[in-house]
Design a binder for this molecule. Structure first.
Ligand SMILES: [Zn+2]
Length: 451
């Protein structure tokens, strides 16, 4: 048994782990590298294994840094089976088609086209329910455990029979936070013999989830005082739905009277349709809302904009509009034309909900730039910028440690991935001291033997 780290080792993107057991080659995720200067070359490079020889891919969740190279894998000869929850399969379909179409429009050298995306769809052979054990191959079973994080996300546990004994190998995927609206909390299995764990926030904790809703409300109250419009840049998958959930709460409590809410993203609307299609994955609170007749994604003052002309008209709306639009870091999407028009107005409020990567428009605004460039135009910034710290789809350090204590046997080997070097090292040290795991931070393309 061995694992080779073919992505997200020493970095947070490009997740791809090659797990070899019982004579089979299984990939856990096949994601895109994102956000670093050499990503195009890394994404276009040959895989460090022969795609034809891969027997299966188990997908943890539908973020593009976990699924974005699947169409390329199929194009390069992969003929095995793909395993994912039904929700992940549906979200991945929406997301991959959208990125294939965007690549075609922008005339970049596309990694793949819509035909490759359909070919991925055809290889999805198993959609087990969370917690249901799937006999994948002779001697290899896999069970997908709820990981929180985003809708449909899981931590796969492999049970491998080799040489007369069974070993339990657990991949965390991305672990969410307890109390995230809509989705169930992470529920790891117990007694894993080997653990591969993410470390995005391995060196720090977040504010509590309860604070994040309050923070959003306080920012909206401030924004309401001068009657301008409010822009909320948010990731189309996960964050948009979480924001709508809070806004629905405020609307139901009669606190949203000064505003109309515009969801300005066809992609986010398509993701929303997948949420509605899988109500069994909602957490207890969201299920109770639904049972009581309150659809958390539908309220009186919510408008869904479809066409781009409608989208442009929102900026002329004088009666207090909250515009929720991708992308989270303002690098692409409709949020850019709203920013170009509304940033020069002092009565505009922009609410940032998450981490802004270096070099992005979002980062410039958060750092207080007085002038920014948007699509070739120089734009003056007179709007008020808010940065809320409580929203995150990733568990903080204490939550990761608590999760690992529940999930592992004492002394188990543990590989820390999906983190920059500081958080990865910090988490590795903490895991070594309690619960006392044998931790290691693997390098890109390193192979570790598991005996
Ligand atoms: Zn993720």
């Amino acid at each position: 048994m061995k694992i080779r780290f073919c992505g997200a080792a020493g970095t947070v993107t490009g997740s791809c782990h090659l797990f070899e057991a019982a004579g089979k080659k299984i990939l856990v995720d096949c994601g895109l590298f994102q956000g670093e200067p050499d990503v195009a070359a890394r994404n276009h490079a040959d895989f460090p294994f022969e795609p034809r020889e891969i027997d299966a891919v188990v997908v943890t969740h539908a973020h593009i840094d976990h699924i974005g190279r699947l169409p390329r894998l199929v194009r390069k000869g992969f003929r095995g089976v793909i395993v994912a929850t039904k929700a992940t399969a549906e979200l991945a379909g929406v997301s991959l088609l959208d990125s294939a179409e965007a690549a075609r429009r922008d005339d970049r050298a596309p990694l793949y086209d819509t035909t490759d995306v359909s070919a991925v769809w055809e290889r999805i052979a198993h959609k087990p329910a969370m917690g249901e054990q799937l006999a994948l191959f002779d001697g290899v079973a896999v069970t997908l455990h709820p990981a929180g994080h985003i809708f449909g996300a899981v931590s796969p546990l492999f049970e491998v029979e080799e040489g007369g004994r069974t070993r339990r190998v657990l991949f965390s995927g991305d672990i969410g936070r307890n109390g995230t609206p809509i989705i169930r909390d992470p529920e790891p299995p117990e007694l894993a013999d080997v653990l591969v764990i993410e470390s995005t926030y391995g060196d720090r904790d977040h504010k509590t989830m309860k604070d994040s809703g309050e923070e959003l409300f306080l920012a909206l109250e401030k924004a309401a005082a001068d009657g301008g419009n409010v822009l909320v840049p948010a990731f189309a998958l996960g964050r948009v739905q979480e924001v709508l959930y809070h806004l629905n709460d405020f609307a139901e409590a009669g606190l949203l009277e000064k505003f109309h809410v515009f969801l300005d993203s066809p992609l986010a609307s398509r993701f929303l349709a997948v949420f509605r299609n899988n109500p069994d994955l909602f957490d207890e609170d969201a299920k109770m809302l639904l049972a009581g007749g309150d659809d958390p994604f539908r309220f009186e003052r919510l408008h869904i904009t479809a066409g781009s002309r409608e989208s442009r008209e929102i900026d002329d709306y004088k009666d207090g509009a909250i515009v929720v639009a991708p992308s989270g870091m303002c690098e692409t999407g409709r949020i850019r034309h709203h920013l170009a028009r509304l940033l020069p107005r002092p009565e505009t409020d922009v609410i940032f909900l998450g981490f802004q990567g270096r070099g992005t428009l979002g980062r410039a605004l958060v750092e207080g730039a007085k002038r920014v460039e948007i699509d070739g135009r120089s734009v003056e910034v007179r709007a008020r910028i808010h940065t809320l710290g409580g929203f995150s789809a990733h568990a903080g350090k204490s939550e990761l440690l608590a999760w690992a204590r529940r999930a592992t046997c004492p002394g188990a080997p543990c590989f820390v991935v999906h983190g920059e070097s500081r958080p990865a090292r910090s988490l590795a040290e903490a895991l070594a001291s309690d619960p006392g795991l044998q931790t290691h931070v693997p390098k890109h393309l390193e192979t570790v033997g598991l005996g």
